[in-house]
Write a protein that binds this ligand. Structure first.
Ligand code: IPM
Ligand code: MN
Length: 336
């Protein structure tokens, strides 16, 4: 059949190596995806004033789906993070990060199974900071009814679709009465429509403590932008870190950009030492999003099997395999 076009941003540092791993595995599985590859991060595009070219953003809009590796934020005044630019320009309002224990990769916790759903467009990420007078600076945290309602709807819809039982709204409304108060109000409004899902509100500091003591207390967590940034890292830490955690940015009409959240690891870039797991699991998320469930399942199982076998792991997972050895091991395990 005809193949699906998807944008691929290999990204900076180890990005191209881990993106290559995805390509090889997709080829081995004969996934019906044709990549539209865009290397961003070299020159400023006059049309956008950004390091992200208009072309590359248009590619995601046209394809409706994309995968990205890590991108370095250009150094120098006035350059916004490329990650944030993509989220904003493409209207990717929901950030979904599943944190599931990886069988065979031992951490202090067993059976972690958490989904963080982060509002991805506003809050402290609105980019509105200025000096009031010398020695006093101000940052505006924007919370709107529209964006809060939209992310709450997304979270409950997700929970229902995936058979999850509980949605926890994470907040600091005891202090941020207006902003987080509005966020909670929106969550409550949506919760009322989902009588079969338990809804609770947890203050963020307490949430951190509870997550570290017993991650099993939570299921789906929904929260404003900055809290989601922090809590999703905490959750990733419970299962082994950002090297093992997929992430998806979702917008309207199914527009989606999956990404590896970890950094560009310049120290090991170009040395064939990187662990591609995060981008591979993000690619699995991408396939699920495209309803290519069989291919998704095949790749997912093989990645997990390869990690559980402990025969061929990259350095960060305690092994000594190269990125391409590990990729080959995954391909060899595709048969089951
Ligand atoms: C993430 C990252 C980004 C964020 C950075 C790179 C801008 O930490 O995706 O969580 O803060 O959102
Ligand atoms: Mn982050």
């Amino acid at each position: 059949g005809g193949s699906i076009k998807a944008t691929l941003f290999p990204g900076d540092g180890i990005g191209p190596e881990i993106a290559e791993s995805v390509k090889k595995i997709f080829d081995a599985v004969k996934v019906q995806v044709e990549w539209d590859v865009h290397f961003v991060g070299k020159t400023v595009d006059p049309k956008t004033g950004s390091y992200i070219t208009w072309d590359s953003m248009e590619s995601v809009r046209q394809c409706g789906i994309g995968l990205k590796g890590p991108m370095a934020t250009p150094i120098g005044k006035g350059h916004k993070s490329l990650n944030l630019t993509l989220r904003k320009e493409l209207g990717l309002y929901a950030n979904v990060r599943p944190c599931l224990s990886i069988p065979g990769y031992k951490t202090r916790y067993d059976n972690v199974d958490l989904i963080t759903i982060r509002e991805n467009t506003e809050g402290e990420y609105s980019g509105l900071e200025h000096q009031v007078v010398k020695g006093v600076v101000e940052s505006l945290k924007i919370i709107t009814h529209n964006a809060s309602k939209r992310i709450a709807e997304y979270a409950f819809h997700y929970a229902k679709l995936h058979g999850r039982k509980r949605v926890s709204a994470i907040h600091k409304a005891n202090i941020m009465k207006k902003t987080d108060g509005l966020f909670l109000q929106c969550c409550r409004e949506v919760a009322e429509k989902y009588s079969d899902i338990v809804y609770e509100e947890v203050i963020i500091d307490n949430c951190c403590m509870m997550l570290v003591k017993n991650p099993g207390l939570f299921d789906v967590l929904v929260m404003p932008n900055l809290y989601g940034d922090i809590i999703s890292d905490l959750c990733a830490g419970l299962i082994g870190g950002l090297g093992l955690t997929p992430s998806g940015n979702i917008g309207d009409k199914g527009l989606a950009l999956m990404e590896a959240v970890h950094g560009t690891a310049p120290d090991i870039a170009g040395k064939n030492l990187a662990n591609p797991t995060a981008i591979l699991l993000s690619a699995v998320m991408m396939l699920q999003h495209l309803k290519l469930d069989e291919s998704a399942e095949l790749i997912h199982k093989s990645v997990l099997k390869t990690i559980a076998e402990e025969k061929c792991l990259t350095g960060d997972l305690g092994g000594s395999a190269t990125c391409s050895d590990y990729t080959k091991a995954i391909i060899d395990n595709l048969g089951g």
